[in-house]
Design a protein around this ligand. Structure first.
Ligand SMILES: Cc1cc2nc3c(=O)[nH]c(=O)nc-3n(C[C@H](O)[C@H](O)[C@H](O)COP(=O)(O)O)c2cc1C
Length: 203
């Protein structure tokens, strides 16, 4: 048994390829929203906040999500582009942590994603003053209906403040549940040359 526990199950190499392998597996095992990730932001003073968002694309250049740029997270991001992401797949007992900085996606990318969403979701995105105080659900519904009428028979226009962000990873850490709580952690860091190196960490 000792030999089995000494064997590494988290490979070195390319962390983006490893992310893909785990994510593909999670898509078949997770009950819902296998693309859900916690996004941590912080004010320039270092006050943190965290919320879930959905991963809408990824690759060697980063991890993409979409949101309202005037929301609390949007305002924090505008003042401080350093963020962290967290995936936790209960069905796999695995966690991936990502740290990096944000870049906005292009207007073309944001338009393409916005218009790929269901029309109701597009209308909802226009109608929502995300993170602002709301006096009643009726107010929100009335705004939604007015936006729906405004775009009746037309394409819904993506609001300029609604868009996507790409988290460019500087570090990624993979956590794998192992027997006797002798879990396995491997942290990858990207050097100035863009190459990744990694090390095991005590769990
Ligand atoms: C599973 C899940 C996925 C979510 N995905 C998104 C998302 O992709 N974009 C988004 O703006 N909000 C998403 N939300 C809502 C956010 O968690 C949050 O309530 C909202 O963005 C406002 O956050 P803020 O006030 O910190 O800006 C999601 C919530 C959950 C529970």
């Amino acid at each position: 048994m000792e030999n089995e526990l000494a064997r590494e199950v988290v490979p070195h190499g390319d962390p983006i390829a490893l992310f893909k392998a785990w994510y593909d597996e999670a898509r078949t095992t997770e009950l819902n929203d296998s693309n859900a990730m916690a996004l941590a932001t912080a004010t320039p003073e270092g006050l943190p906040s965290v919320r879930m968002v959905l991963l809408k694309g990824y690759g060697a250049d980063g991890f993409v999500f979409y949101t309202n740029g005037l929301s609390r997270k949007g305002r924090e991001i505008a003042a401080n582009p350093n963020v962290a992401l967290l995936f936790h797949w209960k069905s796999l007992r695995r966690q991936i942590r990502i740290e990096g900085h944000l870049q906005p996606v292009t207007a073309e990318e944001a338009d393409a994603y916005f218009h790929s969403r269901a029309r109701d979701s597009q209308l909802g995105a226009v109608a929502s003053d995300q993170s602002a105080p709301l006096d009643s659900r009726e107010t929100f519904l009335a705004r939604y209906e007015s936006v729906r009428d405004r775009f009746d028979g037309k394409d819904v226009e993506r609001p300029g403040h609604w868009g996507g962000y790409r988290v460019v990873p500087a570090a990624m850490e993979f956590w794998h549940d192992r027997a006797h709580r002798l879990h396995e952690r491997r942290r990858f860091e990207r050097g100035a040359d863009g190459d990744w190196s990694s090390t095991l960490l005590y769990p």
